[in-house]
Every structure is written in structure tokens, then in C-alpha cells.
Design a protein around this ligand. Sequence first.
Ligand code: SF4
Length: 477
Amino acid sequence: MNATDAPLAEARGATAPRAVRLEREDDWEGWRDAARRLLAAEVPPEDIVWHAADSADDLFAAGQELPPPPQVELRVPRAFVDLAETAILHSDPERFALLYRLLWQVTHHPGLLSDHADPLVRRVELMAKAVRRDIHKMRAFLRFREIETEDGASRFVAWFEPEHHIVRANAGFFVRRFAQMRWSILTPELSVHWDGAALTESPGAERPQSPGDDAFEEAWKAYYAAIFNPARLKVGAMVKEMPRKYWKNLPEADLIAPLIASAQGREARMIEQSVPRAEERPVSLAALAEEARGCRRCPLWKGTSGCVFGEGPADARLMLVGEQPGDEEDRAGRPFVGPAGHVLDRALSEAGIGRGEVYVTNAVKHFKYVMRGKRRLHQKPDAAEIDQCRWWLDREIGLVRPRAVVMLGATALRGVTGKSGAIGKMRGRPVRLAEGTGLVSWHPSYVLRLPDAAAADRAYAELVEDLRLAAETARQV
Ligand code: SF4
């Protein structure tokens, strides 16, 4: 934050609004510090003009001195902090002012944030939503191309054009995902670089600085063509999920039109050949499990004891899909053997199903966790990790060919169907799958985590009910 007088403010005299200058377009810390001081000094929103130093709109060369930091800690609802931290990355130049206005109103009217019809709350929520979407698109549609650097080493370079100021906030995701690679992400506003140890920044770049073609691109195209499943093709949904503006930076974009054009014929051939879910099918579950042990499709394999594959009869009529192995499963190398497994065993027995009759697996095959002291604490897999691991789950389902598949929790739902949904609303309704009938239920660990005993009993009873329905479905179909 700069602390000299703004010439414009001086020219306007004592009644001119106070100019507050932030260091960057995504300067959350700067905004938070300034907002705390201004709020403590009771400076109303209409008396402030906000400005980012690196914005194109350079009306103010400097900001005015801020009031001193508050003596007492200001208490702001956590929900506001979460919302503001995301919304501040929006490209709307008014966002700093809107957020301060909202903060002002929240401190004067606690509870305002739950009024989703309030125009200001609504506007800021929509801004945060647009930012989250942009972050997701960057993660989904950014493609690295390999180049050789002057020292003969290889480096991966990607070009992306975000709508909002998300690059710095999103860089950590790519560091975690591609920790072993040396890479650069070039965007018009800011470029970030990872050398395997440190993240650095440089100014924005222009499209021609990023390489347009390489061997990696060909490999990517081949992979995309291989995973393209004509039986699942919905052109409208595909364009909605993958907007055309991103196509120019996607190597596989060249393939989309011909693949769509040939989809009908390919689908017919698939039906003819009775290949129900995936083009490549290892001959046995044991071979597939062996292959999965070497999987490096996402970083979750690191720091685990190994891949925890499914187990049960290869021709089971009923398949249960959970989230991911936990600490005990990772050590044992078997699914559902920890506390959640004990709940599942009890529920299966009450539903009249022997555990030995069902095939039990997880949507994600490696244990995701964070270290807390010496303990490994479970972490929910994110959408990208679930989607990567679908490659294995698809094939597992394709080999077992169960009559009914129970999706235990939201991760399993996404792993099996590729879609998200509220478990409470979807329970009890069959879902059509390429292979058998799907049913959704609570994950046993959800039942364990519920703090209210009555709610836990209810969820457990529903789990038993859903398993019973699944067993009946598997017998009938
Ligand atoms: S979690 Fe799944 S996709 Fe990721 S490394 Fe393990 S098996 Fe591969």
C-alpha cells in the first residue's frame, strides 16, 4: 500500500474521496489490511476510491495514507472471508469497492450474507462463482507442450487466457500436480514458472511465445481419440463444458469435429462388438490390478503403500463403489477394512448380503491425505483426481459387469457417472448406467462422522435400506 497523497484527491480538496491503492489486481492481503483499517476508522464505502497499481486504469499514481491498524481485532464472519477471497479475483474493476460495501453492511447487519436475494450479496456471489468456474476451466483446459531449452533440458510450456485474475491463485494446483516437471504457464497478464523447487513470476506474454506443436501434442491427440467414447457423446453438453473459446489452445480440438462426425458409426461398431464401456479391456481383474499398481496418472500414488484395487467375485451381480482407501486400507492393501468397512459389513449383514458375494472397490485407488504430526489425515479427492481414476473404475466395471452398482457417497457418484449430485436427493432412485443399474447411498464414513446420534441412526438405516434395494435389483435385472 502506498502512503503518499493522490494528486487528484488534493485537487478536489478535503471532501474528495480517499484513494486506496492496492499493489496488484489480486491483492487480497492488501485489500484486507486496508479494509480493516478503514472499517475501524468508520470510513463509509462512498468515501473511498479503490485502485490496483497494475491495472490498466491508472487514474491514481499513488494512494492516500491509511488510518492506523485497529487496536482491537475486528470480527468478520468466516463466510464473508471465504466469499471475498474468491470474488476479489474477478476482473470487474468495481470489485474492491463492492467488497468493502458488503463488509460494511455485514458488520452493520449481521446475517445479511444468508439473504441470497439481496442484490449486493447476489452480485458478489455471482462474481465468486465466475471466478471458481474460470479456475476450473484453467485446470481442465490448460495443455502443456514440451520444448527443449538452451541447456538441452526439457521444459513444458502452456498458454492460457483466463477471464479473471486467477493465475497466481491457481499456480499452487499446477505445482502440486506437476511437481516433478519444469514448466511455465504464460498468460496475457502474468506468467508463472516452476523449476522443480521454486515458483517464480514474470510479466504477461503473447500467444506466439508459447510453442504450438510438438511430439507431446501428438501423444495427447492420440490419447484423446482413444478415450473418446461415442456412446456418451452429447454435443450440447460437451460444448457447454468445453466452451469453444478454449478450443484454440487445445491440441485435441482439431479432432473434435471428425470424432463427432464419426461417432454414430463408431457407436454402432461398439455395440456390434459388445464392448460396453471402454475400448481397451485387459482380460482379467488380476491383470488390471497389476497394471493399476504402476499408475502415475495423478500425484496421489506418492507417499502411499500402493494402489488399493477392488476385491470380490469377478462375476458379482452387485458392486459397491466407495470413495478412496483410508489409512488402514492403504496399509492393508484392501478396500473397506477400516472403521467405515466395519459399518459397511454390519449394514450388508442387516440387508441380508454376504460380503463375499459383492465386488467392493473405490472410485479413487490411492489414499489422499495430509500429515498432521505423525498422523495421516484423510483428504477428499478433488474432481480432477476422481476423473483421472475413472480410467480404472470404468475398466473394473466393464470386466465385472455387475447388474447393480451402489455408489457410496458423492465421490463414487462422480467416479461412476462423471456427474455430481446431492446424495440425500438421489437415494432410492435407480440411475441408468452403461453397465447395469446404479443406486446412490451414504458412504459408511459419513454415517460415522455424523455428530448427532439420531441423524447417524437414520443415515445408517437408509444405507441398509439402499443395500437391500440394490440386492433385489441385482437379483431381478
Ligand atoms: S489415484 Fe488413481 S489415477 Fe491417481 S495414481 Fe492412483 S490409480 Fe492412478
